[in-house]
Design a protein around this ligand. Structure first.
Ligand SMILES: Nc1ncnc2c1ncn2[C@@H]1O[C@H](COP(=O)(O)OP(=O)(O)OP(=O)(O)O)[C@@H](O)[C@H]1O
Length: 447
């Protein structure tokens, strides 16, 4: 029986056959194995994903046999992550090069064509070395790590992100509830040149109309009854950094006009004041609504849409990226196993199938909560289908209520509220919605 290590491996090689073969082997022994053909992506990958071991080719196309490129990339990796465990991979290796590689900071060296046992033993040793070296620094809770997976849809999203993150372009992120819009906005901010400046998130769906202006643009003392002192608005708080306006599709037309004025003038005026304050913010917006359609129906201002969607990123639903379900589930398994100190280390094959067949209407949030609950309830080393509660995998059953989507949504929310005895936090978790999103629906359906 093989032991599965909870490690994260990156293989970088420009030969697709090598990548496939090495991944196939390593996937049987490490929980997460990524691969990349283009070495230019190394700095991005290494700074954003916490790899235990990087298996790096020494010769990319530019220079076929000296290993020079491998040494250059090794230096780049160690610049970004001095603790990284790098194993070098080459078809032209010799003892002298191996010694130089280790002197330059590599962990070890493997010759191509490789012997599976040797490659595996080297990778396991490198993994152990890295874990020991980083144990003290590693936080137990690695929440917040963005898992991209290997689906074409998500790769496309990440390619766009990589191209636009460092520009100041306004970005509109579209996607269903729980697809990771908020998380992606944070990721973009961290990759941007404003990273050291504030990132201010505002859930526009959760702000009442009366507080909208004061919350966003601030107010001065005495502007209204409760304004006992001057207050900075969210735009001013974000000055120099990024403002993330979530649920942008939920604001009324008059507030859309106010927001447009601020974006056009690049300045805000606090409520009760007539002094304009210049602001310099990068704008990221998100919505789960069909905003183009809303603009067509005059529910959303076309001129505001042009302002906010310089770059539009559509996040795929989880059912459109089924190949990412298991990497995400494994990530959450590891996260909650560490957090709750459970012995569980792997997903049972039958559970893998169940997770892949389910529709995930609440997307990643629903998957995350399903795995969290299951890890808490699990008893052995394997997470079993019985540990994971998902609603019926069959779509047909859901259609018994008829084809009216709103009616279906109303029924599901009513059931969840009943099941959770009216507890909003619990019901929102069950439904894979944020609390604010559930509140809006309760209001909409008068529940
Ligand atoms: N790529 C990802 N990797 C790991 N975790 C993720 C990823 N995307 C989302 N999550 C997790 O899923 C949950 C939902 O993500 P997030 O809040 O970003 O979604 P959202 O699309 O903004 O949701 P909503 O529309 O309901 O506000 C969060 O707990 C987040 O940590």
């Amino acid at each position: 029986m093989t032991t599965m290590l909870p490690g994260k491996i990156l293989i970088v090689d420009d030969d697709m056959d090598v990548l496939r073969a090495a991944r196939l082997l390593l996937k049987r022994h490490f929980e997460h194995v990524d691969f990349e053909r283009n070495p230019q992506k190394i700095p991005y990958l290494v700074s954003n994903f916490d790899y235990d071991v990087i298996l790096l080719d020494m010769n990319f196309t530019r220079d076929l046999s000296s290993g020079k490129e491998g040494f250059e990339w090794l230096d780049r990796i160690l610049d970004v992550k001095p603790q990284a465990s790098v194993v070098l991979f080459t078809a032209y290796g010799d003892v002298e090069m191996a010694v130089r590689a280790i002197k330059a900071g590599a962990c070890d060296f493997v010759l191509k064509p490789w012997e599976n046992e040797k490659l595996l033993a080297t990778m396991q040793a490198a993994y152990n070395k890295h874990r020991v070296a980083t144990q003290k620094e590693k936080p137990v809770n690695t929440d917040g790590q963005l898992i991209t997976g290997n689906s074409a849809a998500m790769q496309q999203v990440m390619d766009t992100v990589q191209r636009v993150a460092a520009t100041d372009a306004n970005i509109l992120i579209l996607g269903e509830n729980g697809t990771g819009k908020d998380m992606l906005a944070r990721h973009i901010h961290h990759l941007s040149l404003r990273e050291k400046q504030p990132l201010v998130g505002v859930d526009l769906g959760a702000i009442s109309e009366t507080l909208f202006e004061s919350e966003l643009f601030g107010h001065v003392k005495g502007a209204f009854t409760d304004a006992r002192e001057d207050r900075l608005g969210r735009f001013e708080e974000a000055n120099g950094g990024t403002i993330f306006l979530d649920e942008i599709g939920n604001i009324s037309l008059p507030f859309q006009a106010k927001l447009l004025t601020v974006l056009q003038n690049r300045s805000v005026t606090r409520v009760g004041s007539n002094k304009t304050i210049p602001i310099d913010v990068r704008l990221i917006c998100a919505t789960n609504r069909n905003i183009q359609q809303m603009a067509g129906q005059h529910l959303f201002r076309q001129d505001l849409l042009y302002r906010i969607n310089t770059i539009e990123i559509q996040l795929p639903s989880l059912r459109e990226r089924t190949e990412d379900i298991i990497p995400l589930a494994e990530h959450f398994l590891q996260l909650y196993r560490d957090k709750y100190k459970r012995p569980v280390t792997a997903l049972h094959e039958a559970l893998v199938q169940q997770l892949q067949q389910y529709d995930w209407p609440g997307n990643i949030r629903e998957l995350q909560h399903a795995i969290e609950r299951a890890v808490i309830l699990s008893q052995g080393k394997m997470l079993m289908p019985k540990d994971v509660f998902v609603k019926s995998p069959s779509r047909e059953q859901d259609l018994d209520t008829g084809y009216n989507l709103e009616e279906m949504e109303r029924n599901i929310i009513t059931q969840a509220m009943k099941k959770c005895n009216g507890n909003i936090t619990e019901a929102a978790r069950e439904l894979g919605l944020s609390r604010a999103a559930l509140y809006r629906r309760l209001e909409k359906y008068n529940l």
